[in-house]
Design a protein around this ligand. Structure first.
Ligand SMILES: [Zn+2]
Length: 388
């Protein structure tokens, strides 16, 4: 977890000054046991299909596809040691840096094998989300995960002011597995809040998702279990200068590896994973490892289910979401577009009608009173609820 505490006036958030709980995710030390002779094959690139769930209430939170793509690009650069700012790493630490050989791609096939952009958008009425996993359920205003054995699930939303991201560790329950990032700390272009504007929040959380701890192991001068990262007292912040030496931890003469992605420095100061860290992450993909199933995921391949959502001789199947809805309903349908629709109330009265076209399959329902309605599209009727 990376906390958002640097850019907030402390007077407004007095509870923060004593609350140093920067990462609430407890790490199970048994998860990370890894023997030296089981080194993963570093010659093959690991490809991880990703689904991004954009959970939005305001227009700003509904970040653009371009912002999402900028984040995937930054994540892949960081995981392959191709980030352009890597050159700022001090030479003594640059020699320990490594390419993880892991690439993240937006899913091209959904769990049913249908074509997808790898981006799910859901409108919500929730203003803020906290580290309690409600965002991972459609029934609580979020979005259900796709099968986490096949996909990395990332939720993007407006997190509470103290939080910019959090992740599960390997072996989390399937319905909780994944990463949550604040919408304005996601990507390198679009709606962003400096200094969290180089996509490093996701890089850091993905490190956790693949089994990495914070460098200090979440205890003073603690250990992360990785040999080539120095001990350090605790998390750094801002933009530290090299060398940053904590006398208590005897980590001189080079001091803290504050430019490691698993520290808390600002985005511009987070620049590298070590060889030990990349080995640990890749070990999750070994047979028996908690991420092994992703190697056979079909999520990044050709969609294999191109049948329309209709049964033979039956009417078109349509989906309306979100449901309940407040401002808009989105339509997913196998019908030919354009198509006309009507909305009818429970007394059979026409409330609204119009035309759906291919580019914009959603209906503005902002002026409709709360209650239950029917949407008719072609000969198919589906009921939905207008929330308040
Ligand atoms: Zn963390």
């Amino acid at each position: 977890m990376r906390p958002l505490f640097r850019i907030l006036p402390m007077l407004l958030f007095p509870f923060l000054s004593g609350a140093q709980e920067r990462c609430a995710s407890a790490f199970h030390t048994t998860d990370i046991t890894h023997t030296g002779n089981a080194t993963p094959d570093l010659n093959s690139e690991i490809i991880i299909p990703v689904v991004v769930h954009v959970i939005w209430r305001t227009a700003a939170e509904n970040i653009s596809d371009a912002q999402i793509h900028s984040q995937l690009d930054a994540l892949n650069a960081d995981f392959s040691r191709k980030n352009p700012d890597f050159r700022e790493v001090p030479a003594i630490f640059a020699g320990r840096a490594a390419n993880a050989g892991i690439r993240f791609v937006l899913a091209t096939a959904d769990p049913q094998g249908r074509p997808t952009s790898g981006i799910e958008r859901r409108q919500t009425t929730a203003q803020l989300w906290i580290n309690d996993d409600r965002i991972k359920k459609t029934s609580t205003g979020g979005s259900d995960p796709w099968d986490s054995r096949q996909y990395l699930n990332i939720w993007v939303a407006n997190l509470s002011s103290t939080l910019i991201g959090f992740s599960t560790f390997p072996e989390a329950p399937a319905d909780k597995d994944g990463i949550v990032i604040r919408y304005n700390a996601f990507g390198t272009s679009g709606t962003l809040s400096p200094p969290f504007d180089r996509g490093r929040t996701l890089t850091h959380e993905t490190g956790h998702w693949l089994g990495l701890k914070h460098l200090w192991g979440d205890s003073p001068c603690g250990d992360d279990g990785v040999e080539d990262t120095p001990r350090q007292r605790s998390g750094n912040k801002g933009t530290p200068q090299f060398p940053r030496i904590n006398t208590g931890c005897e980590n001189g003469p080079y001091g803290d590896m504050f430019m490691n992605f698993m520290d808390f420095s600002d985005d511009r100061s987070l620049l590298m994973f070590t060889k030990g860290q990349t080995d640990r992450m890749r070990a999750q993909f070994l047979p028996g490892g908690s991420r092994h199933s992703l190697l056979t995921s079909k999520g990044a391949g050709e969609p294999w289910n191109l049948q329309p959502d209709t049964a033979p001789g039956m009417s078109n199947i349509i989906e309306v979401f979100p449901n309940p809805a407040v401002h808009y309903i989105n339509i997913r349908s196998s019908m030919e577009m354009p198509a006309t629709f009507t909305i009818i109330d429970t007394n059979g009265r026409l409330v609204k009608s119009g035309t759906l076209n291919k580019a914009d399959q959603r209906i503005d329902i902002g002026s409709i009173k709360p209650g239950m309605y029917y949407l008719r599209l072609g000969i198919t009727v589906i009921h939905w609820i207008k929330g308040s």
